[in-house]
Design a protein around this ligand. Structure first.
Ligand code: NDP
Length: 249
């Protein structure tokens, strides 16, 4: 098991991609703490199912947009397991709408949940990781950072911001044995995409060279690579996991 003895913290672990990441890390032997916002029942079920597989996980309710919550989560994990080796900043939301009519609240909610959360959690784990001279930080970006999707100014700004953030922090932490990378998923089958899939699922597939939508496990496999020791010479990178969507073919 590649992550035996490691401690991981995943945000947005109760559903979709985050749930797959929690399961993948735990099944590779990591102890996994994960954050959810409102899906308490789903979170408890994940913990229970993993315990049945002899995997260790626990769930914490918190709002990733809150610095105080992020600090409290990290403190709780440090108290329980004394270190954090792997941080996956996965929690995210969409509040799509044309800029002309977008409310300031919808702008701010997306920036705070998707981008400020990355600042909150990275800052909270940076010192513990630096002192251990080991760390793996993986941030969830999106192909939307590059596409000019109408109605996604807030989302694209948050996901593009994550790519720049990842590169800068990677430079700051490289000599301390901490890598910082991002994954940019394409079109993945989760609750987040359910409306678009229902409206235009088959149309979307035509634009994806692999002719299928992605599964949460396609993303967790990429996260797993960045989370292992074997990826120690890879930092500051953003890996598109999108079935070729961004190749423009
Ligand atoms: P889902 O909507 O399925 O799940 C979102 C997760 O984030 C849930 O666990 C949710 O918790 C949590 N969350 C949301 N807001 C907060 C908050 N304020 N505080 C704590 N937790 C929060 O999303 P996906 O799995 O589809 O997406 C995961 C990540 O991948 C996101 O960052 C998304 O932007 C990105 N992504 C997704 C793509 C896709 O096609 N699905 C494509 C590209 C990127 P709760 O269950 O309690 O609400």
């Amino acid at each position: 098991m590649k992550l035996e003895g490691r401690v991981a913290l995943v945000t947005g672990g109760s559903r979709g991609i985050g749930k797959a990441v929690v399961q993948a890390l735990a099944r590779e032997g990591a102890k996994v703490a994960f954050v959810y916002r409102s899906s308490a029942e789903a979170a408890e079920q994940i913990v229970k199912d993993l315990a049945d597989e002899n995997c260790e996980a626990f769930a914490i309710q918190a709002d990733v947009a809150s610095k105080a919550d992020a600090d409290a989560v990290v403190e709780q994990v440090m108290e329980k397991w004394e270190k954090i080796d792997i941080l996956v900043n996965n929690a995210g939301i969409i509040r799509d709408g044309l800029l002309a009519t977008m409310s300031a609240e919808d702008w701010q909610a997306v920036i705070d949940t998707n981008l400020t959360s990355v600042f909150n959690f990275c800052q909270a784990v940076t010192r513990p990781m630096m002192s251990k001279r080991y760390g793996r930080i993986i941030n969830m970006s999106s192909v939307a950072a590059h596409f000019g999707n109408s109605g996604q100014t807030n989302y694209a700004a948050s996901k593009g911001g994550i790519i720049g953030f990842t590169r800068c922090l990677a430079t700051e932490l490289a000599k301390r044995g901490v890598t910082v990378n991002a994954v940019a998923p394409g079109f993945i089958e989760t609750d987040m995409t359910v409306d678009v899939r229902n409206a235009a699922g088959d149309q979307i597939k035509k634009h994806i060279p692999s002719r299928r939508l992605g599964l949460p496990e396609d993303i967790s496999n990429a996260v797993l690579f960045f989370a292992t020791e074997e990826s120690s010479y890879v930092t500051g990178q953003t890996l598109a996991v999108d079935g070729g969507l961004t190749l423009g073919g």
